[in-house]
Design a protein around this ligand. Structure first.
Ligand SMILES: [Zn+2]
Ligand SMILES: [Zn+2]
Ligand SMILES: [Zn+2]
Ligand SMILES: [Zn+2]
Length: 229
């Protein structure tokens, strides 16, 4: 079996693409990022601890983000961010835990500073039925001024994983929920535009457009998978 190529992502400051494992190193030496930090330092935001966190789907590890979160921001802000960029379908409940399912729940009113000093790994659960599990890992922290006026800044994001059409092998842009749910385990549920149009399955509605989120194919998720700010 061919080895899966490593997931790649894009630096949100300079646009450079690197492999997932190389992104933290890139962010440390990214000149564009350094310039933005310098401008922020000259501004009038309060100085605080800024946490670099790597967020990734607990199973589909080619979905990942590097975020910088203010120490003064609550986990409520992180929950809202994850819902906007990846998760929100029908307003399900969510929680943060240490130790995963059945672990210790961390209240959303807690601040990044309080939590990340003691617990560098959290699991975020969204929807207790068809659950999306998101692993949150502290990569590091710095003292300084936030680079935006928001609680969280997006530093890098995975590139859309490449999927191919089940019929023709060309790049896919749709997923058939019926193929996913009712097909054999190894059935490829992805379709190109042309073959999505004449695809015969309708039990779960028309094929759903693919977006850059690990929740595609779960519950009624349809995107848009855009950052909230
Ligand atoms: Zn860069
Ligand atoms: Zn839902
Ligand atoms: Zn096709
Ligand atoms: Zn189908």
């Amino acid at each position: 079996m061919a080895r899966k190529p490593q997931s790649r992502g894009t630096c949100q400051y300079c646009g450079e693409e690197t492999a997932k494992a190389g992104m933290s190193r890139h962010l440390e030496k990214c000149e564009k990022h350094a310039q933005i930090v310098q401008v922020a330092e000259a501004g009038n935001q309060p100085e605080e601890t800024l946490w670099h966190i790597r967020v990734q789907d607990a199973y589909a590890k080619d979905f990942w983000l590097d975020l910088e979160m203010r120490g003064s921001a609550t986990l409520e802000k992180l929950d809202a961010y994850l819902r906007a960029i990846w998760l929100e379908c029908c307003g399900h409940l969510s929680q943060f835990t240490v130790g995963g399912w059945g672990g210790h729940e961390i209240g959303k009113a807690r601040k990044a500073d309080e939590i990340f000093r003691k617990a560098p790994d959290l699991l975020h659960l969204y929807d207790f039925g068809t659950t999306s599990e998101t692993a949150i890992h502290v990569v590091g922290s710095r003292k300084g001024k936030a680079t935006t006026k928001h609680p969280i800044a997006l530093m890098s994001r995975n590139n859309m994983p490449e999927r191919v059409c089940q019929t023709c092998g060309k790049p896919a842009s749709y997923i058939c929920m019926e193929c996913l749910i009712e097909g054999d385990m190894d059935r490829n549920p992805y379709l190109c535009e042309e073959h999505a149009e004449d695809h015969p399955h309708t039990n779960y509605g028309d094929p759903t457009p693919l977006v850059n989120s690990p929740r595609v194919g779960m519950c009624g998720y349809e995107g848009p998978a855009e950052p909230p700010y």
